[in-house]
Design a protein around this ligand. Sequence first.
Ligand code: PLP
Length: 388
Amino acid sequence: MPGLPIYLDNNATTPIDAAVLDAMMPYLTNQFGNASSRSHSFGWVAEEAVNLAREQVAALTGADSSEIIFTSGATEAVNLAIKGVFEMYGDNGKHIITCATEHKAVLDTCRHLEKKGAEITILPVLQNGIIDTTAIKNAIRKDTVLITVMYANNETGVIQPIRDISAVAKENNILFFTDATQAVGKIPVNVIDDNIDLLCLSAHKIYGPKGVGALYVRRKNPRVRLSPQIDGGGHEKGLRSGTLNVPGIAALGKAAELCRLQMQEEALRIKKLRDKLEDALLNIGGITVNGDTEHRLPNVTNLSFNNIKGNQLLTAITKTIAVSSGSACTSANPEPSHVLKAMGVADESARNSIRFGLGRFTTEEEINFAIEEVGKIVNGESMSFPLA
Ligand SMILES: *Cc1c(COP(=O)(O)O)cnc(C)c1O
């Protein structure tokens, strides 16, 4: 039997890879210098670590290292991208296009800007979770300054047609930002091939630590300018002031490098396990997959269990398996996920959904256990172990 509980919530966060911890450890201990210190070796060593990390993150995303701005995570990078564009290009227009299934970081940032005079169009998605590119085309106005659509969804794993969307943005001279937090490191993402102007990512979703991430800001064709959101010492080209989180940045760099080297093999292995889990659970009956199964990350399956109460199900499952449900909280009447709602999934079905997110350290033994365990619960044998 595998060690319990089994962790299948890798879309919420991932454990730190041992090699990543090794890479950050020197900067938490002896090499504690400030990367901005120019007058001694402590500073130089720290700066060197940051430079290396910048190259590693750039290599994973097809960017140039000069286009990478380190932040405290994806949420901050989202804020910098969207608010930064709106403030910098506000004279050109105040219209932003986004999508109903975006992460709250994007939706709430847009909502905030609405109070500052922005006009936001939130486009619906098709039943499979994919956005209709024609709808984007039709939503474009003379005063549209930004299109922001995520690369892959955190709840369903659904991958958006990024190249089609960026092509529409280019044709209309509109900047394109993508929240690629879930996609980077799992599937190939390349800012040149995909024609992306701004992109965010986060270390803790790719086996790095929490509290560090990055924003890619295109430097040519076009050169994207941003209004900084944190002022101070002028770090990160003046776009993000504050002493650099050197250990975190070194870790993010290492995490990016590991993904670049292992992604292809890892994605195949994880996809096999995901498909095994999904096929076995679908065989039970009364279970449906939420979201497109073809354009989807290799590690996720979001399932609705239609013959069992969501709360009961989650309570039973999470005794042995760490997963998330498709509702915002576990209160008496939880609000169903805005992502599933936008896909037209019925409230009840959305509440009865579970997201299984596999990862680098998921084993076949764990998947076999999960299949058996979920099977027991769905078939009503969950009472054979006490529900505390
Ligand atoms: C996790 C996540 C975020 C937030 O990232 P943080 O680094 O935790 O701020 C944003 N967008 C998506 C799609 C995510 O999965």
